[in-house]
Design a protein around this ligand. Structure first.
Ligand code: 6SY
Length: 266
């Protein structure tokens, strides 16, 4: 087992804390004190190279074969989010896992051969309980039924924007008072650019803003450090964090943010 998968298994977040990792592009992984692992949009293959000529330039933190987790959330059916090469492998190796997404994702998962009993449709505005965690799908202005998620897990509320352009319709998400906001910043093909993401962050006011949907494809990236700089200058947010791919962190409202691997060594 590689380091990412081993740490995922070993890490034991305390009550009121989560472990989390950025797995590349729009992919994030979360683990709570009960051991529940939720993955969002894991992109592990190079399938976009074949379909749209976008070659991945960073390695996945673990292979689809080594990937483990209880629940999988998809924001939309583009292959850098719903990875049609990896999902069947993940589904075979994680026989108890369930898969969530808007109708377009459920259709794709059915085409890929996943059993209907393992698929849970979640449309914009709908919520589902997952163990002690809860997800709510929210608007993402990108494809016909694309969503973002508010994930409440281990006492933390995470807003994952999904791929979306800026829209005033997203401002209401501030009412959820998310602690963390994972926002796309690449500024192409229906995604916010840095300025838009800073504008949305200024409305949402998370404790920490985390840029994403960068570094995977050389043709479609932006500077996450620049987002953090602009967010600090213009959004009123005091903390922006550029996560390292495949590295596990801990976050809790009381404990704050720290790298899990440093803790182990220290
Ligand atoms: O199955 C796919 C996979 C990808 N694409 C395009 O490639 C782009 C990759 O970056 P993006 O996520 O910002 O946007 C994506 C889309 O524009 C697509 O249309 N269908």
């Amino acid at each position: 087992m590689n380091r990412f998968a081993t740490l995922q298994q070993l890490l034991k977040p305390k009550t009121g804390e989560i472990a989390l990792s950025w797995t590349g592009q729009a992919g994030f992984s979360f683990k709570d004190a009960s051991g529940l692992v939720i993955h969002v949009d894991p992109y592990l293959s190079n399938v976009c190279s074949r379909y749209v000529g976008y070659h991945r330039v960073i390695e996945p933190p673990a292979s689809a074969e080594a990937w483990r987790g209880d629940r999988y959330l998809f924001t939309h059916d583009h292959r850098d989010h719903l990875d049609e090469e990896s999902v069947p492998v993940i589904a075979a190796n994680n026989p108890d896992a369930l898969f969530y997404g808007p109708p377009s994702c459920i259709s794709r998962l059915l085409e890929l051969g996943l059993h209907p009993k393992r698929l849970i449709t979640v449309r914009r505005g709908e919520s589902k309980k997952i163990g002690d965690a809860r997800i709510r799908a929210v608007l993402a202005v990108h494809t016909e039924d694309s969503v973002g998620y508010i994930l409440t897990i281990g006492g933390t509320k995470v807003y994952i924007t999904g791929d979306t352009v800026y829209s005033d319709e997203l401002i209401g998400i501030a009412g959820d008072r998310p602690d963390l906001m994972m926002c796309c910043i690449n500024g192409r093909l229906g995604c916010m650019n840095i300025e838009d993401a800073v504008r949305l962050a200024s409305h949402i006011q998370p404790a920490i803003a985390v840029p994403m949907h960068v570094h995977m494809f050389a043709e479609n990236t932006a500077s996450p450090e620049e987002f953090v700089r602009q967010a600090k200058l213009h959004s009123g947010i005091t903390q922006g964090i550029v996560m390292e791919h495949g590295v596990w962190y801990f976050y809790g409202q009381a404990q704050g943010w720290r790298k899990a691997e440093q803790l182990e060594q220290g």
